[in-house]
Design a binder for this molecule. Structure first.
Ligand code: C5P
Length: 234
């Protein structure tokens, strides 16, 4: 299981300062989302790589548009040199297929994940939008993404194992809403600990506030990495 840190601080300076504190750890995944990318753009991607070239970047822009526009955007994202990005599974199979089709000629294409259900939804809110219970629809979205040739999904930690069982164990799961040791949930509705993520065979955990709001972010990252390297004992 890999740690992916959400870079959601209010300024670029604060984001880069956070990375400076944790740069001793190689191969960390860094999630650049709307806030940071809209404000700091392409230059931020280059700056992250220059702090530690082994850092991997997940560009979390959750594309949702018509197939051709999504394919065009995906091609542009690939040229940024990021290692992973995502689209909404609710954009449909044709849109997801067109993304994969556009990227297939690239030598080193980024991993492409599909968002199933946003982890901030509770069941009632989700039903208002999709008229189906979260679990049923999330599994269907995951199957659609798998059949469209994507590499994996963004999902709740509680859905990871079920999704792998209904697609493939190699189908990647990346799970936000992680509170490694039960920290404050904030606006997330369905938070999970590292133990849950391990049981659910999650591939990537995304952790934001528990790290960047911690008084000692470097120590927090080290503790999480240590926990990830130990096996679950029951
Ligand atoms: O601070 P926290 O650990 O809750 O951050 C979670 C991150 O994951 C945020 O950047 C949020 O936008 C993102 N995310 C999410 N749920 C999804 C997809 C992305 O919380 N389904």
């Amino acid at each position: 299981m890999k740690l992916c840190i959400a870079l959601d601080l209010p300024t670029k300076k604060q984001n880069l300062a956070l990375l400076e504190q944790i740069k001793e750890h190689n191969n960390l995944w860094i999630k650049v989302g709307f806030r940071s990318y809209i404000r700091d753009g392409k230059e931020l991607i280059e700056q992250i790589k220059s702090i530690n070239p082994s850092f991997k970047i997940f560009l979390d822009l959750k594309l949702y548009d018509i197939p051709n526009t999504m394919a065009d955007a995906s091609e542009e994202i690939a040229t940024l040199g990021v290692d992973m990005f995502n689209v909404h599974a609710s954009s449909g199979k044709r849109a997801m297929q067109s993304v994969m089709e556009r990227l297939k000629s690239l030598k080193n294409r980024p991993l492409v994940l599909a968002v199933t259900a946003l982890t901030s939804f509770n069941n009632e809110e989700f039903q208002e939008v999709y008229s189906t219970p979260i679990e049923t629809k999330a599994t269907q979205f995951a199957k659609d993404a798998y059949e469209s040739g994507l590499d994996g999904v963004v999902c709740s930690a509680f859905e990871s194992l079920g999704i792998k069982n209904s697609t493939s164990k190699n189908f990647v799961t990346l799970t936000p809403g992680i509170r490694p040791f039960g920290e404050d949930a904030g606006d997330q509705q369905r938070v999970a600990t590292i133990d849950v993520a391990k049981q659910e065979l999650v591939d990537f955990i995304v952790v934001g506030r528990p790290i960047y709001k911690s008084s000692e972010p470097a120590k927090k990252v080290a503790t999480i990495l240590e926990e990830l390297s130990t096996r679950i004992m029951h």
